[in-house]
Design a binder for this molecule. Structure first.
Ligand code: SAH
Length: 219
């Protein structure tokens, strides 16, 4: 392995121990994914040495790549199985999609900002994530043609739970999303079974806005 690659691998292993495992993330699939995905490749060159820190980082267009722990927490909450098909709204840097792609059969991800969409698409190709399907569009209306999904993750804050997306969740499916005001939200887990929809509050969080037809208005 190259010296630089080794250095990042060491930083990444340290991140997984100090920020992920020690805070109670226990799903081996999630831990392995965080150990594998080269997070520094998902930020600009100037921020690469901060990529394994315990915080979100800017990715341009006033958007952010989430803190590693929140990525792990949300991924674990989805209770993923190998054969699952997962929909992500808010591709951003592509990091969360890559984590999902390490675990499941296929990931569908939608981004509404063209420059971020193009950058992430190129990175997925470079890193050989052939099981990530990308779309440039408003994700609040979901991806009807490919539904239903076993899991749906929204990585931007919604003013309310978008019903269109709940309708695209399979029976037995899990969904995770931040819901609430523009400056702070609750992380909501939603589960669909034969009886209907069940929700649980996993605690406070802070995400950039979900902007679109079933999200916030464009300011
Ligand atoms: N999952 C990302 C986090 C990116 S931040 C990562 O791992 O880096 C949230 C992203 O959601 C931003 O890129 C923003 O442009 C995008 N977004 C906001 N509203 C959206 C919508 N309606 N449809 C698709 N993407 C949206």
């Amino acid at each position: 392995m190259e010296k630089e690659t080794l250095l990042y691998k060491r930083l990444r292993d340290n991140m997984v121990e100090k920020q992920i495992v020690s805070r109670g993330i226990s799903d081996p699939k999630v831990i392995a994914a965080l150990r594998n995905v080269p997070r520094h490749m998902f930020v600009s060159e100037a921020l690469m040495d901060q990529a394994y820190g315990d915080f979100p980082l800017p990715i341009g267009e006033q958007q952010t790549i989430s803190q590693p722990y929140i990525v792990a927490e949300m991924t674990q909450a989805l209770q993923l199985n190998k054969g699952d098909r997962v929909l992500e709204i808010g591709t951003g840097s592509g990091y969360q999609a890559a984590i999902l792609a390490e675990i499941v059969f296929r990931v569908y991800t939608i981004e509404r900002i063209n420059s971020l969409y193009i950058k992430a698409r190129k990175l997925f190709d470079k890193l050989c994530y052939h099981n990530i399907i990308t779309k440039y569009s408003d994700g609040t209306t979901g991806w009807q043609d490919e539904s239903p999904f076993d899991a749906i993750i929204i990585t931007a804050g919604a003013p309310k739970i978008p019903k269109t997306l709940v309708d695209q969740l399979a029976v037995g499916g899990r969904m995770i999303l931040p819901v609430g005001a523009s400056f702070s939200q609750k992380l909501i887990k939603l589960y669909r079974d034969q009886d209907g929809i069940h929700t649980a509050n996993l605690g406070g969080c802070r995400f950039v806005k979900l902007v679109g037809e079933h999200g916030w208005d464009k300011q």
